[in-house]
Design a binder for this molecule. Structure first.
Ligand code: T4K
Length: 405
């Protein structure tokens, strides 16, 4: 239902705009019949995991799709980051953006490597190569750039620094499957690129991830490392862990890869719809994508300017949640404000000026194949109403909160 008065808002006891929750990251499940047929194959073969035929097919298909020599499938993106950084011999300190999912930092800290948080380039959602250069110390062994929202970070800037300072360079491409940079598919940049195929990613394998690289040596090492370091029966050649992808996960990946264009089309359609509608609303700005690149459009990212809107991003999210629109605020409050990093380096925030500003403004809106055009329209109507009445809504929220305390 369209909101016409403050009392129509669910937060103020009106009816919810949506009966069922609208999620950011509702999984795509693809063609069920094809998936179920593949599951039958798995059961018939009784080959469930450990480098099975579906995992091998998926790795080959992904490598072909991305135009990269090797794809090493893993059980999730976090373990893939851990294995990649270990295979590269990273240690000491590694420079990472604070504006990322905490897994980027945890994958390092978990191994006793210190993540050193770097700010975003001004006006950007990506790591600032200028500050990266300033943060290098004798303990620095590498850099992890993150392709946030599927858009390439400054690959050229980071590559130049890594090469000139002899540092390892990893790209966390968890968001960037099926995306390009200068028309070349993301997957072959840096020493390695790391993908997440978590359920909430538009391309998923329930849980899963992969590392892609053009290096034969690294690929072989990571294949061993994901399987306890085994290079053959009873032959262990590296420290290893269990990072293997299962056959059922690979089956999901194979099915979704076959229909990937349909998934991207749905995301792009929603993105354009949001872009056209949100352009009319003061106080909210959609993060616009460069449609000249191949992108997956899986995140609809918007910023609230509370000086114009007269209502904060957090209050807008509160109103949306009451209406069953489960907008998110990735990556609030920034890794440097999360434990253990907050305790380890309490001063980091002072150099993260752009990060601290962005984490208070940014939010992600529902999209994906489970959402209709009508749903997007309704979310935009809701935002239009909320931002047109920002000051009144914020005042009433404050008054009601006071009344409660
Ligand atoms: N690097 C970066 C830059 C990343 O963004 C990530 C993961 C990683 C590394 C690590 O990769 P993985 O180890 O995860 O493969 C979600 C995802 O769990 C996480 O994979 C993702 N990034 C992150 C950005 O988002 P949460 O804590 O927000 O997930 P959750 O459970 O709140 O789910 C999000 C929404 O999706 C909810 O509204 C519920 C809905 N949902 C979720 C699941 C799992 C469903 O409708 N169905 C489902 O099955 O982290």
């Amino acid at each position: 239902m369209r909101k016409k008065a403050l009392n129509d808002l669910a937060l103020f006891s009106g009816p919810e705009a949506f009966e069922e929750p609208l999620h950011v990251g509702r999984p795509n499940v693809g063609d069920r019949d094809k998936l179920l047929a593949r599951i039958e194959d798995i059961l018939d073969r009784r080959w469930l995991t450990n480098d099975g035929p579906f995992v091998r097919d998926l790795e080959q298909n992904i490598a072909d799709y991305l135009g990269v020599k090797h794809c090493v499938a893993m059980c999730n993106g976090t373990v893939a980051l851990e294995i990649a950084s270990r295979a590269l011999g990273m240690g000491g300190e590694v420079i990472v953006p604070s504006f990322t999912f905490v897994a980027t930092a945890h994958a390092l800290q978990w191994q006793g490597i210190t993540p050193v948080f770097c700010d975003l380039a001004p006006g950007s959602h990506h790591i600032d190569p200028g500050q990266v250069a300033e943060l290098i110390t004798p303990r620095t062994s590498g850099i992890i750039g993150v392709h946030v929202w599927g858009e390439a970070c400054d690959i050229e800037g980071l590559t130049e620094i890594a090469v000139s300072r002899n540092l390892r360079l990893v790209f966390d491409a968890a968001h960037a499957f099926a995306c390009s940079h200068n028309r070349k598919m993301i997957g072959g940049f840096g020493d390695v690129e790391v993908f997440s195929f978590h359920a909430t990613k538009f391309f998923n394998t329930f849980e899963g991830g992969a590392v892609t690289t053009d290096s034969d040596e690294l690929a072989e090492k990571m294949r061993h490392m994901r399987n306890f370091g085994f290079a053959g029966y009873d032959l262990v050649c590296h420290l290893g862990i269990n990072g293997k992808m299962t056959e059922i996960a690979a089956a999901m990946g194979l099915v979704l890869l076959e229909g990937i264009n349909t998934l991207v089309d749905a995301n792009q359609r929603h993105y354009r719809h949001y872009r056209d509608r949100l352009a009319e609303i003061a106080g909210i700005t959609l993060h616009e994508y460069n449609e000249g690149e191949q992108l997956n459009y899986q995140y609809i990212v918007a910023e609230i300017d509370d000086e114009i809107a007269r209502i904060s991003r957090d209050d807008v999210i509160c109103v949306l949640h009451a209406e069953n629109v489960l907008a998110r605020r990735y990556f609030f409050p920034g890794c440097h404000e999360m434990e253990p990093y907050r305790a380890i380096s309490p001063g980091a925030g002072s150099r993260l000026v752009n990060t601290n500003r962005l984490v208070r403004r940014v939010m992600q809106l529902p999209t994906g194949s489970t959402i209709s055009e009508e749903d997007v329209s309704l979310v935009c109507d809701l935002l239009q109403f909320v931002l047109a009445n920002g000051q009144e809504i914020a005042s009433r929220m404050a008054a009601e909160a006071e009344g409660c305390s």
